[in-house]
Design a protein around this ligand. Structure first.
Ligand SMILES: NC(=O)c1ccc[n+]([C@@H]2O[C@H](COP(=O)([O-])OP(=O)(O)OC[C@H]3O[C@@H](n4cnc5c(N)ncnc54)[C@H](O)[C@@H]3O)[C@@H](O)[C@H]2O)c1
Ligand SMILES: C[C@@H](O)[C@H](N)C(=O)O
Length: 343
């Protein structure tokens, strides 16, 4: 089968690999579409993300969906021909985190396209059937692939306890920020402000339903958010850029007693935060890591038309043009590029 393999930073090659056989609890999926994620681009450019280092050839891609072509002998709830979204992180199911239900925190997770685990830029993937979610007719294979970044947004909305009537600031209008905005809207948020430093991204946020947008280089973020929230600040701030200035500025934009959710990953592990501010204003400061139990909700949001994930897509490219697709995806105005593997 054809795969796209990262051999060296900046060197992505289409290579033949043996087609996998599904284990008894797995399904074999003919991959249809795979989204290009910021982490794929990071491995492509730098060969590492923090402690995860690409030390041997790695198949990238973890936002995927396709069609079941074979089922393992113990699989009872999926059939050949079902279209499925693949949740890319499969936990050990045995550790304390898994048993608590926080399986996104499992230290022994196998996560697609995170060294040393291969990803989904491949014609076929064998995957545990319980991490393959059947798509209803209303949800396309492309949308199925985008359940992955949407899941990040759904988990953020849950971590932030975003609810009816809340005001929310999202810093960063990449795929994660934009899908978080839509998950927040679906959760009941009524005033959503989005900030970014790229004009085209702010326009995208407006087109997709942001109530207001702010470029923090032109206007103080705290003042702008106060103006849109009756002088109070946002009930919930979601930091989805990873930019140090946005991380530090998040505390100026949240109301007293509000919540800040950090989902963006800064290049530096340490970014100064004013702890007195957190104590004095009784802020809830939370991290949000990947997701757990979000795929069913993401699929429902797409089936109901509550979220327009496919509208994020700027371009599609065939697997044979994956290297060029990665270059296009690096343009700051690009939100999402898709690689088509089969249909
Ligand atoms: N915690 C998790 O589980 C998780 C999952 C996926 C992605 N991430 C991280 O979330 C972040 C967003 O992911 P993405 O794929 O949308 O990334 P992205 O790079 O596509 O988007 C980031 C956006 O932030 C904008 N930005 C840069 N500086 C800014 C500033 N000072 N203020 C406001 N916006 C600014 C950029 O212009 C860009 O539009 C990244 O840091 C990524 O690594 C975390
Ligand atoms: C969650 C996923 O989208 C993210 N890029 C990760 O590898 O953690």
């Amino acid at each position: 089968m054809r795969t796209a393999v990262l051999n060296e930073p900046g060197e992505l090659a289409v290579e033949e690999r043996p087609r996998p056989d599904p284990a008894p609890d797995e399904v074999l999926v003919a991959v249809g579409e795979v989204g290009i994620c910021g982490s794929d681009l990071h491995y492509y450019e730098h060969g590492r993300i923090g402690d995860y280092v690409v030390e041997s050839p790695l198949i990238l891609g973890h936002e995927s969906a396709g069609e079941v072509v074979e089922v393992g002998e113990r699989v009872t709830d999926l059939e050949v021909g079902d279209r499925v979204a693949l949740e890319p992180g499969v936990p050990c199911r045995r550790c304390a985190h898994c048993k608590r239900g926080e399986y996104n925190l499992c230290p022994d997770v196998t996560f697609m396209a995170t060294p040393p685990d291969d990803g989904a830029f491949a014609e076929y993937v064998a995957w545990p059937a319980d991490f393959a979610y059947r798509l209803p007719d209303e949800v396309s294979v492309r949308e199925g692939a985008l359940c992955e970044p949407l899941s990040v947004g759904v988990h953020v909305a849950r971590r932030g306890d975003i609810g009816v009537g809340d005001s929310v600031l999202v810093t960063g209008a990449g795929p994660i920020g934009l899908l978080t905005m839509e998950a927040a809207r679906a959760a009941g948020a009524t005033e959503i402000v989005v900030s970014d430093v790229v004009e085209g991204k702010l326009r995208r946020a407006e087109e997709r339903g942001a109530d207001a947008t702010v470029d923090p280089r032109e206007e103080d973020l705290g003042d702008a958010v106060a103006r849109h929230t009756g002088g109070e600040g946002a009930d919930v701030v979601v930091e989805a850029s990873g930019a140090e200035s946005a991380i530090a500025g998040s505390l100026d934009a949240v109301r007293r007693g509000g919540t800040v959710v950090f989902v963006g990953l800064a290049d530096e592990a340490e970014v100064p935060l004013d702890v007195l501010d957190i104590v004095d204003n009784e802020l809830d400061v939370r991290g949000s890591f990947r997701y757990r139990n979000t795929y069913p909700a993401a699929i429902e949001l797409l089936a109901d038309g509550a979220v327009d994930a496919a509208g994020l897509v700027d371009f599609e490219a065939d697997l044979s043009d994956v290297d060029d697709a990665f270059r296009r995806a690096m343009d700051p105005d690009t939100v999402k590029g898709m690689v088509t593997v089969g249909r």
